[in-house]
Design a protein around this ligand. Sequence first.
Ligand code: AMP
Length: 399
Amino acid sequence: MKVIVLNCGSSSLKYQLFDMPAEQVLAKGLVERIGVTRAGDAPCFHHQRGDAKWEWNWPMTDHRTAVKKMLEVLTGPETGSLKSIAEIQAVGHRVVHGGPRYTRPVLVDSNVVEDIEVYSMYAPLHNPANALGIRVMREVLPSVPNIAVFDTSFHHTLPPQAFLYGLNGEIAGKYGIRRYGFHGLSHQYVSERAAMFLGKPLSSLRLVTCHIGNGTSICAVDGGKSVDISMGMTPLEGVIMGTRSGTIDPSIVELLMEKEKLNFQEIIDLLNRKSGLLGLSGVSSDIRDLEKAAREGHRRAQGALDVHTYQIKKYIGSYIFAMNGVDAIIFTAGIGENSSRCRAEICRHLDFLDTWLDEDKNRNCTGEALINTPDSKIKIAVIPTNEEIMIARATMAWK
Ligand code: AMP
């Protein structure tokens, strides 16, 4: 059975075509700069089938054009993996915010699309694009079921002490203001893999899973259930990220509005796109650039890296305390999987917990790997995430 998984961003479309239940990736791709590409720009359509890769500069005016082009590519005589689009039996969509209602994947009807649009109030940068992707697929393949899989669902098990903010209860209740948490597909995937990897039932494990990428969240997973998560009502809360500030004192907003004469939209833009590692360093949002700059003596780059690892360390520590211990700390996503420096800084000085990183294993690890010393009390592991396979599995479960 062929299942296509879509992840729509405001100006991008990521896709993977799976043969299920074998979980074989038949093809995948990325369409970038939707609505902004002009002829002559760099390639914006990247497609891969097995080891064969293609890139095109096809200006994409909107998501509808991008989806139609994707289907042409997937059925093309040279690039295709399908004889016809009729082979696609289900579409799985990554949706960032499921609000208070969606605690599990759901078969999409027009009410679901409207709900996703309503929940744009909690995820204004993501949900509108997710809903648009669903609308386009329902138009283009009207007889194929669409399944929405939510990044918030895994965290519906948070206890009240973790999801409530110290706000006026009536106001919070009226607008559904609470911690929802994100990256749920990733935290769930790496938790399940960690249990297999450690050879223990997930129900017996306390884990801290660290999804450290452009967006970053740290999650406390007790017995397979999310019990706390650093991201909040929106993906802006928590540790500093590529361009997002993470948690700041809310009164900073008032000061900036007054002194810098910024309006609300400009504040939101500042906190989401011009802050975090980029804003602190003045160099880049990409950890690779910052690590290089820091090696060359750039002090602000080093300072930004220090804030990043220190904040992650604090979350991990608080979750170990909250769970009364931990069996393993798991690193995943672009930085968590690839930056041995970041992992080493976070895991330095854990000797009070009888926990030690093996520097060689940490530097040389590939794929799923344990990177602690044999006598370390807490296990430390790197587990590459796979959000797409979680969406494909959830989509299959509906067929
Ligand atoms: P993600 O959001 O999970 O795709 O992570 C993206 C981030 O991962 C990039 O902005 C980089 O900072 C980081 N990253 C990706 N590849 C590497 C690498 N080979 N070494 C260090 N950092 C990396």
